[in-house]
Structure formats: structure tokens, C-alpha cells
Design a binder for this molecule. Structure first.
Ligand code: HEM
Length: 198
């Protein structure tokens, strides 16, 4: 087995371990009195972890193009994306639990835009193999590019919403990281455009 594959699989396992650590350190999900707190904590843990991993996948290629550093990270990108999808899938599980426990009605906007985020993340997971990449050709690139930008947008919309509500220092940090990642992508894109026209 290639070293990258081993590292990559290790990263997925590590993501699972971090989620489990969150699970066991969160208020108990077994006791009814602390269940809402448990769900809230796990929604935040899985969202923050998922976003951090998504950002690493989001910047790995542009960062390498700009600096020449991070070839190893580029090779691991697929596993970083799969780890982000794992965290987002657990988020989905907690979203379903939250809706059942709170009895809160879901508005059409959240179902459509949030639901599309999960669907895209799973579509990217199912087509993450090299074989799927070769088979789908340009459609693969379109799916993965659209998916990454879309997920970035949904995450940012949620974090910025919390920043504006002024109730989370974490959200501020995550929103700043999201903007830095976007700036790296934009710089690499502009760099490529100008070097083509020069
Ligand atoms: C139907 C879809 C979804 C529902 C109903 C939902 C619901 C929730 C809930 C109830 C919270 C906890 C809010 C709080 O702490 O007060 C949360 C947090 C969050 N969710 Fe989701 N979610 C959905 C989909 C998504 C998707 C697709 C993403 C990202 C692509 C996402 C990203 C986030 C983020 C960034 C947070 C905030 C974490 C923090 O405050 O640190 N959610 N979500």
C-alpha cells in the first residue's frame, strides 16, 4: 500500500477519533435533560471540523501553485475531502436528531440549500476515486469545483450569521480562515490568468 494511502486512511480514522472525543466530552446524549446540549455541541463540533478539513482541501492546489510547497498535502487531498465528508455526514445525523427532538419545523430555504450541501458532499464522496474521475472527465471537475465552492458558501453563510449575531468567537475565527482560504484561491487564479496573457 502506498504511503499516501496509509496516511490518508489514517487521517479519516483520526477524524473519526476527534468526533468520538467530541461525543464523549460533550454533555451526555443519553440523559434526556442534557440531550439538547449534547446535540448542539455535536452540531458545532462536526461543522467546525468539517469546515477546517474542507478549507485544507480547498487551498491545497492553489497553495502549491503559488508557493511550490505542499506537494504531499496535494496528494492527500482526496482523503482530506473524504474526512470532511465524514464530519458533514455526522452533522447530518445530528441535524435529523435535532429536528426530531426539538420538533422545530424546517423552512423550505434551509431544506433546499442545506440539503443540497449534503447531496453535493455525498456525490463528491461517491465519485472520489481515480476511476470515477477518468470516467466522468470534465463533469467530474465541474461537480467537484461546484461542490467545494458551494460548501464553502454554506459554511461561511452560517458562520457569518453567527458573527453578526455576536454570540461566537469561534465563528469569527472560522469566518476569517474561510476568507484567507478564498484569498489564496483568488490569488492562484489571478496568477494563472495573468501568466497566460503575459
Ligand atoms: C437541512 C440542513 C441543515 C440543518 C437543519 C442544520 C442545522 C444546524 C443546527 C441546528 C446547528 C446548531 C446551531 C447552534 O449552535 O445554535 C448547526 C450548526 C452549523 N451548521 Fe448546520 N445544518 C444543516 C446543514 C448544514 C450544512 C450543509 C452545512 C455546511 C455545508 C452546515 C454548517 C453548519 C455550521 C457552520 C454551523 C455552526 C457551527 C458553529 O456555530 O460553530 N449545516 N446546523
Amino acid at each position: 500500500m502506498a504511503v499516501n494511502t496509509r496516511f490518508g486512511q489514517g487521517l479519516i480514522v483520526l477524524t473519526g477519533v476527534v468526533i468520538l472525543c467530541g461525543f464523549f466530552t460533550a454533555p451526555s446524549g443519553v440523559v434526556a435533560a442534557t440531550l439538547p446540549e449534547h446535540i448542539g455541541t455535536m452540531l458545532r463540533v462536526t461543522a467546525r471540523l468539517g469546515f477546517a478539513l474542507l478549507l485544507v482541501a480547498y487551498v491545497s492546489r492553489p497553495f502549491f501553485q503559488l508557493s511550490g510547497w505542499g506537494r504531499e498535502l496535494l496528494l492527500l487531498r482526496r482523503y482530506v475531502g473524504l474526512s470532511a465528508a465524514l464530519s458533514l455526514t455526522v452533522h447530518f445525523g445530528y441535524v435529523v436528531t435535532y429536528l426530531r427532538v426539538s420538533g422545530e419545523p424546517l423552512d423550505l430555504l434551509t431544506v433546499s440549500f442545506g440539503g443540497a450541501g449534503f447531496v453535493l458532499a455525498w456525490a463528491m464522496t461517491l465519485t472520489s476515486s481515480r476511476a470515477a474521475q477518468q470516467k466522468l472527465g470534465t463533469y467530474w471537475r465541474r461537480l467537484h469545483l461546484t461542490g467545494m465552492h458551494y460548501l464553502w458558501l454554506i459554511f461561511m453563510q452560517t458562520f457569518v450569521g453567527r458573527v453578526l449575531a455576536g454570540d461566537s468567537a469561534w465563528a469569527e475565527g472560522m469566518a476569517v480562515l474561510g476568507l484567507v482560504a478564498l484569498a489564496i484561491r483568488l490569488s492562484a487564479w489571478l496568477n494563472q490568468r495573468f501568466s497566460r496573457t503575459a
